[in-house]
Write a protein that binds this ligand. Structure first.
Ligand code: DX5
Ligand code: ZN
Length: 545
């Protein structure tokens, strides 16, 4: 089977991968957070959107093969297998412990060695630089046996210092192995420093092109780009493909990000609650393209894409549910091919159940309908349609609306709840202050019910209100006029991210106080906190450390 994880659910799974990996590493007191985190999106997309595999049957003959050649990323790899269901995530706490099967480098699964090998692991990655050769062996054997199983191999950039990698790189095109896809985790750091200092690799792209590989270069933390690259690779004939995934070592924890120190070092166990809060604090900025100048949606999408927006918020208005009209499914369908940034469709239409197929076929990644336009039966109908299409489902509530009782029985399937912070229908309205406490109350009650989805704040979000809604629990922030009424869209998006980051750092300092580790935390995070010290009011404190 191939998992077809919905966009927002996939984001949550990748968070779980990082959380389980860092908990295991802290518990073991050793391990490699840097590499586990730089490859988290790559492994998440492979296991939850690409590979044919079966966690209940690790040796299924029809499975695709995933070879993790960068063995030191084992904590992230094990966490991916555990979150996918190969074994319980509780076992992550036994990482590197005597007698545990989760050792520093993974051991290939064998039924004979059940207690010493890891279900799902295809290759015992010892010294690095060998995985590509093994992948070529499997891919070639599959061709000879006329088997349809594909082979995916994850390479570290440091390990491509090994000569064997280039022998293998020569061999794969010779055998026209189009059933082989390599992904290079290009995080630019290896054991003892930055790759370009240790053994310069650039121009990486030209090297693989010269070795006759089909080469695709992407941002290795954007799941939509990874999925797109894997789709493109599957269309290539008679040539292996390598996806150069530009990543950040340690991404997810700011003081570990792009920091060689955290190649092979474990955080203190007492810092884990803060690291988990930071990982769960990941947020998405969603520019609303109906704001600013009339229409010209293509241009706006291109601009926010350059501004590193996370998703695109599409406000669909039919002039009936709200006293305004914008665009409908046909416009979304036309816009879909111009970008692979996820589309977050906010349906402010009277009868979503009559039109849901149109929005499913338009290429939305998230479809949110208003609770005011639905009841239990209609929502159940929409849920079946949207979820069977592998699309994230959302429900929106107007300022005076509470989440309806019937919605609570669908919390496992609802990936996002939009809490309107203005009355729907127009951009540029003022944020309704009472919505902040509405969001925090809802967040609290949903957490108690085990809700794993997102809360999205929509309406009047700007550099000041973004902090309030984030603090209250929103993790997706829609911004229309705050982005498009600014001539410099990049700066507008950066400003929203900056303000959100300040709120996150403030909350982490609070948590450090609660856990009695403020000084250690500030020392560990000094280079992140210094630029924010005045906004956090901790300049003197930092200067004394
Ligand atoms: C309003 C829409 C919002 C709006 C946001 O009905 O749902 O998404 O476009 O625009 P601003 O951020 O300007 O309030
Ligand atoms: Zn909206």
């Amino acid at each position: 089977m191939i998992f077809h994880m919905r966009y927002l659910d996939l984001k949550r799974k990748i968070q779980e991968i990082r959380i389980n990996a860092i908990e295991g590493i802290a518990e073991a007191g050793s391990g490699h957070p840097g590499a586990s985190f730089s490859a988290a999106e790559i492994m998440g997309v492979l296991y939850f959107r690409r590979l044919r595999h079966d966690p209940t049957n690790p040796i299924w003959t029809e499975r695709d093969y995933f070879i993790n050649s960068k063995g030191h990323s084992a904590p992230g790899y094990y966490a991916t297998l555990a979150v996918a269901g190969y074994f319980s995530t509780f076992e992550m706490k036994s990482l590197r412990k005597f007698g545990s099967r989760l050792q520093g480098h993974p051991v290939r699964y064998s039924k004979l060695l059940q207690h010493h090998s890891v279900p799902g692991v295809e290759y015992s990655a010892g010294s690095e630089g060998i995985g590509l050769s093994v992948s070529i062996g499997i891919a070639l054997a599959n061709v000879i046996d006329n088997k349809k199983n594909n082979v995916y191999v994850l390479l570290g950039d440091g390990e491509t210092n090994e000569g064997q990698v280039w022998e293998a790189a020569m061999a794969a095109p010779k055998y026209k192995l189009d059933n082989l896809v390599a992904v290079l985790d290009r995080n630019k750091i290896q054991q003892d420093g930055f790759t370009e200092d240790v053994m310069p690799l650039d121009p990486v792209r030209d090297k693989w092109v010269a070795f006759n590989w089909n080469v695709i270069e992407i941002n290795g933390h954007k799941v939509e780009q990874i999925m797109d690259a894997l789709n493109k690779a599957s269309e290539i004939k008679d040539k292996p493909t390598i996806i150069i995934a530009n990543t950040i070592k340690g991404r997810g924890i700011k003081h570990m990000a792009n920091n060689p120190q955290w190649h092979g070092k474990a955080p203190q166990n007492k810092q884990i609650p803060l690291l988990i809060e930071e990982l769960k604090g990941e947020y998405l900025i969603a520019p609303s393209i109906i704001a600013g100048e009339k229409e010209n949606y293509e241009d706006k999408i291109k601009k926010v894409e350059r501004g590193d927006a996370d998703i695109i918020h599409l406000d669909v208005m039919d002039g009936k549910f709200v006293p305004n009209t914008t665009f409908l499914a046909d416009t979304i369908k036309k816009l879909r091919p111009i970008t692979n940034i996820p589309f977050d469709a906010h349906l402010m239409i009277e009868k979503p159940y009559d039109h849901i197929e149109e929005y499913i076929n338009a290429g939305c990644d998230i479809i949110t309908i208003h609770a005011e336009t639905c009841d239990n039966d209609k929502f159940r109908y929409i849920r079946e349609k949207v979820m069977s299409a592998g699309i994230s489902l959302g429900i929106a509530i107007n300022p005076e609306t509470e989440l309806p009782e019937w919605a609570f029985s669908y919390l496992d399937d609802i990936d996002v709840i939009i809490v309107m912070s203005v009355n729907p229908g127009f951009t540029g309205q003022k944020f309704i202050p009472e919505i902040t406490s509405k969001i925090s109350n809802l967040n609290r009650s949903l957490k108690l019910k085990g809700y794993k989805g997102y809360i999205e704040a929509d309406g009047g979000i700007d550099a000041s209100t973004v902090q309030r809604v984030y603090d209250a629990g929103a993790r997706i922030m829609v911004a229309g006029s705050a982005v498009f009424s600014n001539s410099d869209i990049n700066t507008a998006i950066l400003q929203l991210k900056h303000k959100t980051n300040v709120t996150l750092e403030r909350n982490l300092l609070k948590k450090a106080d609660e856990n009695g580790i403020r000084k250690d935390w500030i020392i560990a995070r000094k280079h992140i906190l210094i630029p924010l010290a005045s906004e956090l009011g901790i300049e003197d404190e930092i200067n004394q450390l």
